[in-house]
Design a protein. Structure first.
Length: 378
């Protein structure tokens, strides 16, 4: 049955397909290995001879440790009960200052959880099977159980001949199969370049930290960096936005990296800092916040204010904002509701509302769903 099917490729194309597959298979050789927990922790924590480096390390494109206590505890519980756990992916670095070391491609959360548990920094909690272990640390286990846990093994895939670009691509593929990573974390793993370096630096500028506080959880998920990316994307490519934020941001980064949108670091910085300085001088004491005591600025509010301010400064670089009552009035609250993020008319409305308020211009909504009577949804 299969032999009788007509191929859409000619013989030359089939040979090219085979060659391409074989070439890329060869450069991704791997071994499957299994190590005791104690050995894995040692590879991550013990410095190599005459260096301050461990054999196993986390590259810069990996996310920070974000597992909460319950999730970490459940991973430890799974190992104790011999339940299946996912493979860890590591890559042997070939060449450079890290030659021979093992770069963690996927599994940093699990490895750091093991380290935390064996060093008595993780107290087990929220366990529903081994409830008797809730509230205990590794040192509290009976001696025999400690030894058994250290001998528990975890399997991993060790990639032998893989370039840094291919490691980043593997990271992207592993982490786009579900909801494992937030979009900004995936961008750190799969996209690179001077622009990404710039927005990462700007995200932790002291002035930005002062004006735009966000929660620790959001910090770990690189939301602050995404906020800076959103500012540049909407400010420089506003008309390209349709209704899907993640793909819009990815496309913008690709345009900058490919010089479709020219990357001028000085110009990008001037846009960002002129916007921040305006906010500091004109929007105090709120700045980007919804209320003086608020310590978690929503992305949509930051986006509306930052881009609207920058558009106003484009029209008049010396403008000041005498009246800021609108920052706490119902119309602006309604324009920056959580359900407004994916609509282009609402994006236009909230951005130009800010711009026009600063410039002293009239404003009228373009979104048919906008109403002054809308219930404010935080």
């Amino acid at each position: 049955m299969i032999d009788s099917m007509q191929s859409i490729f000619n013989e030359e194309q089939l040979n090219e397909i085979d060659s391409e597959i074989e070439e890329n298979q060869r450069k991704n050789d791997f071994d499957t290995k299994e190590y005791p927990v104690e050995v894995i922790v040692s590879k991550f924590t013990k410095n190599l001879l005459n260096t301050d480096k461990a054999e196993l390390f986390i590259p810069d494109y990996q996310r920070e440790y974000i597992w909460d206590q319950k999730k970490a505890s459940e991973f430890i519980e799974s190992l104790i009960l011999d339940l299946p756990v996912p493979y860890i992916y590591v890559a042997v670095v070939n060449g450079g200052p890290d030659d021979g070391r093992l770069e963690i491609v996927d599994g940093s959360q699990r490895i750091r959880t093991l380290v935390s548990f064996l060093t008595n920094n993780l107290e087990l909690s929220g366990l529903t099977i081994l409830r008797s272990l809730n509230g205990s640390k590794f040192k509290d286990l009976p001696f025999g159980r400690q030894l058994r846990f250290q001998r528990k093994t975890v399997r991993w895939i060790e990639l032998l001949k893989i370039s840094e670009d291919d490691r980043r691509e593997l990271f992207r593929r592993i982490n786009t199969g579900g909801v494992i990573l937030k979009p900004m974390e995936v961008r750190f793993g799969s996209l690179d370049g001077s622009f990404l370096e710039l927005i990462n630096n700007l995200a932790y500028d002291p002035l930005f930290l002062e004006l735009c506080p966000i929660s620790q959880t959001k910090e770990k998920l690189k939301q602050r960096v995404e906020m800076v990316l959103r500012f540049f994307a909407y400010r420089l490519d506003f008309e390209s936005y349709n209704k899907e934020v993640a793909s819009f941001l990815d496309n913008f980064m690709n345009k900058v990296n490919k010089d479709i949108i020219p990357f001028n670091e000085s110009y990008f910085k001037s846009l960002f800092y002129s916007m921040l300085n305006f906010v500091k001088e004109n929007f105090q004491p709120l700045y980007f916040k919804k209320s003086p005591n608020n310590n978690d600025v929503a992305k949509i509010r930051f986006e509306a204010l930052s881009v609207g301010v920058s558009f106003a400064l484009e029209k008049n670089p010396n403008i000041t904002c005498q009246n800021t009552d609108w920052l706490t009035d119902t119309p602006f609250f309604n324009l920056t509701r959580s359900d407004a993020s994916n609509s282009k008319p609402k994006l236009i409305d909230r951005t130009y509302y800010v711009r026009n308020k600063i410039l002293g211009l009239d404003w009228a909504p373009t979104s048919a769903s906008y109403s002054l009577g809308d219930v404010i949804d935080d």
